[in-house]
Design a protein around this ligand. Structure first.
Ligand code: PRX
Length: 654
């Protein structure tokens, strides 16, 4: 396994971890899932179990068949018709929840907006009518590039209402990354904002869209929300660009939801893989909604009276599933915050918890470690007693961070759910059920009911307890990705060819004697920086795109705060001299090509890169160098002296 050495060391420490945390009697007594038999029932009859969950949704036409599985293609709830926006909005707006807050939004400057289910229904309908007027039909793709403002979920749900497929692109991606995603999806409409607020500064979103659309483009219209007003200078292309307010001013507040097939695509979300080109992960309507409705209800123990806050940006899958679709499918109140946790000061998140009386809080280990570093004085200033459940997602959580979270945020009172899943899985796969599971800090515990996972060796055989291996999912599940947009071959190869019939996650894991899973990080060329997935090849392609660069190798090295940091080893073209200025220029080039999340933390000029005799760069050795370890096996190298020299040079410069 690629990351086995650092993984092993971390795991040794983890497996020493024998603290256990059972839910309190009080929590257990009120939990949504109290009966441990649920695991057994789901195992005996997975299709019956999932059908039961799916029937909690509102259907225009019931499904006739639960699962049609022609590996590696699955169809769930075949023959059914439903609408995702109807399930997330209308059915609540038409109930006693009509005047319940669906979305509580706070902007970074402190402005607020609360949308009840009734209001959300009308906003979504009006936006859907606007899209129709632009000629958007069921199956068409709409790219959404916005910050965390209410118009973002309104736009997503408006697409869902008319059967259009949304492709949300995280507002931190560069114009070039946005262009690739627009082109890949062949979107005809882009919904964006003039800008967004981030640490008191404006992120110029519309300007990036303009750049992304330079040259030929499939896009006919760009609709712009005025979020920052005067603070951003916005160019206007007559005939193409529309002002959101004006666009919708004369639209009706009513729009019938389109009955969609269970398997109609709901959205595309791009994520990084092992090649330079991001993959458009396709999720479909009924299976995805069933997955997120079920997991939000069970894992977060959602109650009607709760205020629930997932801090993720909607541009990532966590935001899709657990800021919007999962909570709203449950008729819950979801909090959405525009800005960063350190603006105007490092107490902002806790101030919001106190202000809105947040009951359930879901964030990433990297954020928890940042709060740890900032000190307990920030959470101590606020009343956090409303919290009753905490969650973690995006990367393995180290036991130290788990304990800090439990003690200083949860007041030693709240269960913590460490949830393992991926863009591809759509919904949480491995996690405690908070009223049932005894947690061990650092373990995501067990697969949820209806989910089957295994740890296997290279040959696909299950490994014994305590041994490391590859994490696979052995049964199809409703919210699984259906394909990669426009590249079904890649779908089959990436996920289903390594262990035929089983889904390959790309993660390493171990299972302990109790059957608990311990995640060890990626085993492929994907880096996890602050819970964000970045492909090493993407960063390498961005670097070699620069005229001075001959070759580049990128690896993830351990970082105490971010989980992993990006280290780049670069060889320059002949006649180009190394300099600090060039280093900065190359880092900036990556930001321009991909976005700030991909900016290399370390950039290192190498005379040569260590290669095998067949010319393959040995990234494993580069990782050893960057993490200050003894070099692993170098016998397959064409010239072992190269790596020794590189190591000496790195130690000198680092
Ligand atoms: O390596 C795993 C890690 O994040 C990857 C998925 O990234 P992405 O598709 O961006 O989705 C992130 C949010 C679901 C996984 O392959 N990962 C996610 N959650 C955990 C995790 N690793 C360990 N523990 C987790 N709880």
């Amino acid at each position: 396994m690629a990351s086995s050495e650092s993984g092993d060391r971390a795991l040794e420490a983890l497996l020493q971890e024998n603290r256990r945390f059972a839910p309190s009697e009080e929590f257990r007594a009120q939990a949504n899932v109290r009966d441990p038999e649920i695991y057994q029932r789901a195992r005996q009859d997975p299709e019956g179990y999932w059908a039961e969950q799916a029937r909690r949704l509102s259907w225009f036409e019931p499904f006739r068949e639960v699962l049609r599985w022609e590996p590696p293609h699955a169809q769930w709830f075949v023959g059914g018709k439903l609408n995702a926006a109807y399930n997330c909005v209308d059915r609540h707006a038409e109930s006693d929840r009509r005047n319940k807050a669906a979305i509580i939004w706070e902007g970074e400057p402190g402005d607020q907006r609360i949308l009840t289910y009734g209001q959300l229904q009308r906003e979504v309908a009006r936006c859907a009518n606007g899209l129709k007027r632009l000629g958007v039909k069921a199956g068409d793709r709409v790219t959404i590039y916005m910050g965390m403002i209410p118009e973002l979920p309104i736009a997503m749900l408006a697409c869902a209402r008319i059967g259009a497929v949304h492709s949300v692109v995280f507002g931190g991606f560069s114009a070039e990354a946005l262009r690739d995603r627009i082109n890949d999806a062949q979107a005809e409409v882009v919904l964006t904002a003039d800008g967004g607020w981030r640490r008191g500064q404006v992120v110029p979103l519309k300007a990036q869209v303009d750049k992304a659309l330079e040259g030929a483009s499939s896009v006919r219209h760009v609709v712009v929300v005025r979020r920052v007003g005067e603070a951003a200078s916005v160019n206007w292309r007559a005939g193409r660009d529309l002002d959101w307010q004006e666009w919708l001013a004369s639209e009706s507040w009513h729009c019938e939801p389109e009955p969609m097939d269970s398997e109609a695509p709901l959205f595309i979300l791009y994520t990084s893989g092992t090649t330079g080109k991001p993959k458009g992960i396709v999720h479909t309507t009924a299976g995805y909604l069933t997955g997120v409705e079920t997991t939000t209800r069970m894992v977060f123990d959602l109650k009607d009276r709760d205020v629930y806050w997932c801090t993720a940006d909607i541009g990532w899958v966590t935001g899709h599933s657990y800021v919007i679709y999962g909570p709203l499918a449950n008729g819950a109140t979801t909090l959405m915050y525009e800005g960063t946790p350190d603006f105007p000061d490092r107490g902002r998140n806790w101030q919001l918890v106190e202000k809105y009386g947040v009951n359930i809080y879901y964030t990433a280990p990297t954020a928890i470690r940042a709060h740890m570093r900032w000190g307990t004085e920030w959470p101590e200033r606020y009343d956090l007693s409303s919290l009753r459940l905490l969650g973690s997602v995006g990367e393995p959580i180290n036991p130290e961070a788990w304990m800090w979270y439990w003690e200083h945020i949860g007041g030693r009172r709240t269960p913590i759910v460490d949830t393992w899943w991926q863009t591809e899985t759509g919904a949480i796969m491995i996690s405690p059920l908070p009223g049932l599971t005894e947690a061990k800090p650092g373990s995501a515990t067990r697969p949820l009911p209806g989910i089957e996972a295994e740890v296997v060796d290279l040959a696909g055989n299950p490994v014994p307890p305590g041994a490391g291996g590859y994490l696979v999912l052995t049964r199809p599940w409703p919210s699984m990705l259906r394909t990669i947009w426009g590249d079904d071959k890649r779908y089959q190869e990436t996920y289903w060819s390594r262990f035929p019939g089983r889904y390959f996650t790309g993660d390493g894991a171990k299972r302990d004697e109790d059957g608990y899973f311990w995640l060890l990080g990626r085993v492929d060329d994907v880096i996890n920086v602050s819970g964000h997935r970045i492909g090493t090849m993407e960063v390498e392609s961005a670097l070699v795109d620069h005229p001075s660069v001959a070759e580049a190798a990128v690896i993830g090295r351990h970082d105490p705060l971010k989980g992993q940091a990006i280290a780049a080893f670069v060889t320059l073209k002949e006649a180009v001299d190394t300099s600090e200025a060039l280093k900065q220029e190359l880092k900036a080039h990556v930001v321009q090509k991909i976005g700030a999340i991909a900016r290399p933390d370390d950039l290192f000029f190498a005379a040569e890169l260590p290669k095998t005799r067949s010319g393959k760069i040995m990234r494993r050795l580069l990782r050893d160098i960057a993490e200050g370890r003894a070099l692993g096996d170098t016998t397959t190298l064409a010239d072992p002296a190269v790596v020794e020299r590189l190591k000496a040079q790195y130690q000198e410069e680092a």
